[in-house]
Ligand binder design. Structure first.
Ligand SMILES: [Fe+2]
Ligand SMILES: [Fe+2]
Length: 201
């Protein structure tokens, strides 16, 4: 038997058609397909780990709400909502889409569950003290079946063999290698998340 929050199950059932309609109107078909794969993958991982499948699925469905907003819009929403952002965010405002996605999930769909919101917020950069559901969403985004096998394969393998935390650490390591290869700055949240995982493995 899965353990789950009955309230979230109800919210997911009620909101699903609205979320799908919103995605149809606001994000491209490719992105929508990615989002649906992330939701499905997050649900699968949560089930495997005995976590709340409905929280994982809902967070996956909402994780990229802000993915296709322009940098200007992302910065505007961040400022209006007093989000803290630094020079690395300003260099590449696109990474704000995760934190802005959390704001949209609250505003447009009335979400207030910390795991669901946290999964949206941390899916790009990760963060320290992630809950298990948050890690599931992070890992699902990095390893859904549409991702490049070269990139996702090792995180999936480590997840299978060594568990959730190790899988998330591997996904972070893969992303960091890519960021370094592209000569980009590393976001401090990712470094803190990685240190936190290393201390807790
Ligand atoms: Fe994203
Ligand atoms: Fe995504």
């Amino acid at each position: 038997m899965d353990t789950y929050d009955k309230n979230i199950k109800k919210i997911l059932k009620k909101l699903r058609p609205d979320i799908e309609l919103w995605l149809k109107e606001n994000v491209s078909e490719n992105r929508r397909n990615h989002i649906l794969r992330v939701a499905k993958t997050a649900k699968k991982y949560a089930r495997k780990l005995g976590l709340d499948v409905y929280k994982a699925e809902l967070s996956g469905l909402l994780h990229d709400l802000a993915k296709e907003l322009t940098n200007e819009k992302l910065l505007e929403i961040s400022k209006t909502n007093n989000l803290e952002f630094d020079e690395i965010d300003l260099d590449n405002p696109h990474i704000l889409h995760a934190r802005v996605g959390e704001i949209l999930a609250k505003e447009k769909f009335g979400i207030n569950d910390p795991d669901v919101l946290g999964g949206i917020r941390c899916h790009t950069l990760a963060e320290p003290n992630m809950s298990k559901i948050m890690m599931v969403v992070y890992l699902a985004d990095a390893t859904e079946p549409g991702r490049d096998k070269k990139f996702a394969g090792s995180a999936k393998k480590v997840f299978k063999e060594k568990g959730l935390e190790a899988g998330v650490l591997e996904a972070i390591n893969m992303k960091l290698k890519d960021v370094i290869n592209r000569g980009k700055k590393i976001h401090l949240l990712t470094i803190k998340a990685r240190n936190w995982l290393l201390s807790n493995l």
